[in-house]
Design a binder for this molecule. Structure first.
Ligand code: ATR
Length: 276
C-alpha cells in the first residue's frame, strides 16, 4: 500500500511539462528521504477538493503553480511573513495538527542561484528589474534583504512598477518607472522578470543599461540562450544566466520546509541542464 509513504506533488493546470517531479525525486534519492512526488492536474474550481483528497491519501506537502496560487493562499491557515509580502504561496505544508502552512520560495531561490551558484554579489550593487507582475513581486524582498545600493523596477505598464516599488519601499531604496524612462543609466545586475521570453519577445529597452561588468539574468530558461540573454550579450553584458538554477533552488527550499533537510542543488541543476 502506498499510504505508508509520504506523498508530495505539484498542483497545476496545465502541469504535464513540470520539472518538479524530476527535481524532487533526485533530491529524495540524494538525501535518502522516503517519499514520492508527482504532478497533479487539478480542474479549475476543484482545487480545494483535490488537495483534501491528496492529504487523505497521505499527502504531506504541495507545490502550487498556475492557476491555483490564489486558491492556495486562501487554503493556507498560516502564512510565512515572506509569503505575505509576496502575496503568493508556492509551497503548502501539512502541519501536525492537520492545518496547512503557506510559504513562498521563489525569492530565496533566485538569491541562492545568483550568490551561491554564480558568485554574483548583490550587496551595494545597482539592480534593474524588468516587469512588475507576480513573478517580480515574489523576488523583491529577498533581493532587498541583501542590501543592494538600489533597485529600479521598470515595466511596460509604468503604474504597476511604481505601485510595486511603493509596496516594498520600507525595506530599502526602490523605485518604479516605465520602460521608456530608463535613458542613459547602466546597472550592475539586470533581471528580466517579464513573461516576454516565453513568446520569444524582448521588452523594449535601450542597450545602454549594460556596463562592461553588467550581469544579466533571465528568470525564464530554455535549452538555448533566451532572446533576452542573447540581446544582453550583444549589448555588452559580461555575464548572462537563465532561470534554471532558480527553479532548482526554489524547489530545494520547499524540500527543506517539508523535510528539514537541504539537498545539494548543483548535481541536480547539472542533470537538468543536460536533459533540457
Ligand atoms: P507573472 O506571474 O509571470 O509575473 P504577470 O503577472 O502576467 O505574470 O506579469 C507579466 C509581466 O511581464 C508584466 O510585467 C508584463 O508587463 P505589463 O504589466 O505591461 O503587462 C510583462 N510583459 C509581458 N510581455 C511583455 C513584453 N512583450 N514586453 C514587455 N513586458 C512584457
Amino acid at each position: 500500500m502506498s499510504d505508508l509513504i509520504d506523498r508530495y506533488a505539484v498542483f497545476g493546470n496545465p502541469i504535464k511539462h513540470s520539472k518538479s517531479p524530476q527535481i524532487h525525486t533526485l533530491f529524495a534519492e540524494q538525501t535518502n528521504q522516503s517519499l514520492t512526488y508527482s504532478a497533479v492536474h487539478a480542474e479549475v474550481g476543484q482545487f480545494e477538493q483535490a488537495v483534501k483528497n491528496f492529504i487523505k491519501d497521505n499527502g504531506k506537502g504541495l507545490n502550487i503553480t498556475v492557476p491555483f496560487k490564489e486558491d492556495a493562499w486562501k487554503l493556507a491557515t498560516r502564512h510565512s511573513d515572506r509569503s505575505k509580502r509576496a502575496g503568493a504561496v508556492n509551497t503548502l505544508k501539512l502541519e501536525q495538527d492537520g492545518s496547512l502552512y503557506g510559504d513562498t520560495t521563489d525569492g530565496v531561490g533566485l538569491v541562492r542561484d545568483l550568490m551561491h551558484n554564480h558568485h554574483i554579489e548583490i550587496s551595494n550593487k545597482t539592480i534593474l528589474i524588468i516587469g512588475a507582475g507576480g513573478a517580480v513581486r515574489g523576488i523583491i524582498e529577498a533581493l532587498l534583504a541583501q542590501h543592494p545600493a538600489s533597485i529600479l523596477i521598470s515595466n511596460r505598464t509604468k503604474q504597476k512598477a511604481v505601485q510595486l516599488a511603493k509596496d516594498f519601499s520600507d525595506l530599502g531604496t526602490i523605485d518604479g518607472c516605465g520602460l521608456d524612462d530608463i535613458s542613459n543609466n547602466s546597472f550592475d545586475l539586470i533581471i528580466n522578470g517579464t513573461s516576454a521570453s516565453l513568446q520569444g519577445e524582448l521588452p523594449a529597452l535601450p542597450g545602454s543599461i549594460f556596463a562592461d561588468h553588467s550581469c544579466s539574468y533571465d528568470m525564464m530558461y530554455a535549452a538555448q540562450a533566451t532572446v533576452f540573454m542573447q540581446w544582453s550579450l550583444d549589448n555588452g553584458a559580461e555575464q548572462v544566466f537563465d532561470g534554471l538554477g532558480m527553479l532548482v533552488e526554489q524547489a530545494a527550499e520547499s524540500f527543506y520546509i517539508w523535510r528539514g533537510v537541504r539537498p545539494e542543488t548543483s548535481p541536480v541543476i547539472k542533470h537538468l541542464r543536460e536533459t533540457l
